[in-house]
Design a protein around this ligand. Structure first.
Ligand SMILES: [Zn+2]
Length: 406
């Protein structure tokens, strides 16, 4: 492989050069010449646009040897301080929002009660207010925000930015979340009403955030979020796999054997989420006289080492593990990450028991079953990264540079 980018015709633009620098594949002028086949002068002109836009800076590390020989050359790096991203992660009863740097560092963060059952209007309005306060806390201006990422606990058609028949988000079906959140950002935080907003499913964004942060070389990565509901996200070759209309990974509403009498929040009986989610464990505990109403209550009990909760979590893990045997057989992932309120030793033990028993040994031979690294921030980090990758992808970067007058 030549490793050259669009060498034929010398058409690599500023956006392509930025992508080479950001990926670490070429971080000096010489390496960029070699990777693209462009002349020194042309590389210089194309880099100049990136410098003028403030997107690129000279690295702090000092000069390194050039692949073309001659004088050592200055390394180039993406300037992750020239703008910020806003991100929000909605759960059914609470939400988390943050100001992030372009490399995903949290600059200000807030979490609090926010009920999706209040409907999209009220919830997006509140997020707009949170964003205003967070920018102030981070000492950043609304005009420094390049985009907003939003994670929601339901299936999303990412082409339209609308949730599609969400089982646990009553009143949200088909609502324009991108437009609504951009307007709330404009109204309450002084941002631009045409700010780019990307919406995706929470498990997808958690998977994206975790894969990039901890397993960048894993080409097939699956994450299962088990909180009040159950959902899965899959990242293949570094890209979120969504299926044809955003429905991929919605495993919480698969009917499971002997779950028939359990009523699910989606209105059906016998769903996996009705028998093995944090919500289901909370209901079993409450019926036994232990005060618990949600997945987060279950998490608190697990943290405190409550034996009955641990036993129920392990049983829930076995139920989920049975479904994951099919998931793992279909996808053959290298990493299966268990995240959410129930993710802990008892649940993981249950998952492993059934998974290794039911899946073909071939599908699990190179499989790591692990817990989350980013914890409660995974969805936020993933949402921020999705926005950055979208805005700084070569063609999009080229369009934005032109629109900025560079
Ligand atoms: Zn259901």
């Amino acid at each position: 492989m030549s490793g050259q980018v669009a060498k034929a015709g010398g058409r690599a633009g500023s956006g392509d050069l930025l992508a080479l620098v950001r990926s670490g594949r070429a971080t000096t002028r010489g390496a960029l010449q070699q990777a693209t086949g462009l002349s020194r002068a042309t590389v210089g002109q194309r880099l100049d646009r990136l410098f003028r836009a403030g997107w690129l800076r000279e690295g702090a590390g000092g000069p390194v040897d050039s692949p073309l020989g001659g004088r050592p050359s200055i390394t180039l790096e993406f300037d992750d301080e020239h703008a910020v991203v806003l991100a929000a992660d909605l759960d059914t009863r609470h939400a988390r929002a943050a100001v992030l740097s372009l490399s995903g560092e949290v600059q200000a963060e807030h979490s609090g009660a926010l009920d999706v059952e209040d409907g999209p209007g009220a919830v997006l309005d509140r997020l707009g207010r949170w964003f205003g306060a967070l920018l102030e806390k981070a000492g950043r201006r609304a005009d420094e925000v390049c985009g907003i990422g939003l994670a929601v606990p339901g299936p999303v058609d990412t082409d339209t930015g609308r949730v599609v028949q969400p089982p646990i988000m009553p009143g949200w079906d088909g609502h324009d979340l991108c437009g609504g959140l951009a307007r709330a950002f404009a109204e309450h935080a002084g941002g631009r009403a045409d700010t780019v907003v990307l919406v995706d499913n929470d498990a997808n964004l958690m998977a994206y955030g975790e894969q990039r942060a901890g397993y960048p070389d894993c080409s097939a990565f699956a994450l299962v979020k088990v909180s009040t509901g159950i959902g899965a996200g899959v990242v293949v070759d570094g890209t979120i796999y969504r299926g044809i209309d955003g429905g991929a990974g919605d495993i919480g509403h698969i009917r499971v054997p002997d779950g028939a009498d359990a009523l699910c929040r989606c209105g059906s009986h016998g769903c996996l989420a009705a028998v093995a989610s944090g919500g289901a464990v909370a209901r079993r505990l409450a019926a036994a006289g232990v005060p618990a109403a949600s997945g987060s209550d279950v998490r608190d009990l697990l943290t405190a080492g409550h034996p009955e909760t641990a036993a129920l979590a392990r049983e829930a893990g076995r139920r989920v593990g049975e479904v994951l045997a099919t998931v793992v057989t279909l996808l053959n992932p290298g990493v299966l990450m268990i995240a959410g309120d129930l993710a802990g030793t008892p649940f993981l033990t249950g998952v492993r028991e059934l998974l290794y028993q039911r899946a073909l040994p071939r599908s699990t031979a190179h499989l790591d079953v692990v817990t989350s690294r980013l914890g409660e921030r995974a969805g936020l980090i993933g949402a921020g990264a999705l926005v950055v990758e979208h805005l700084y992808a070569p063609r999009r970067a080229e369009e934005r540079l032109a629109a900025l007058g560079f």
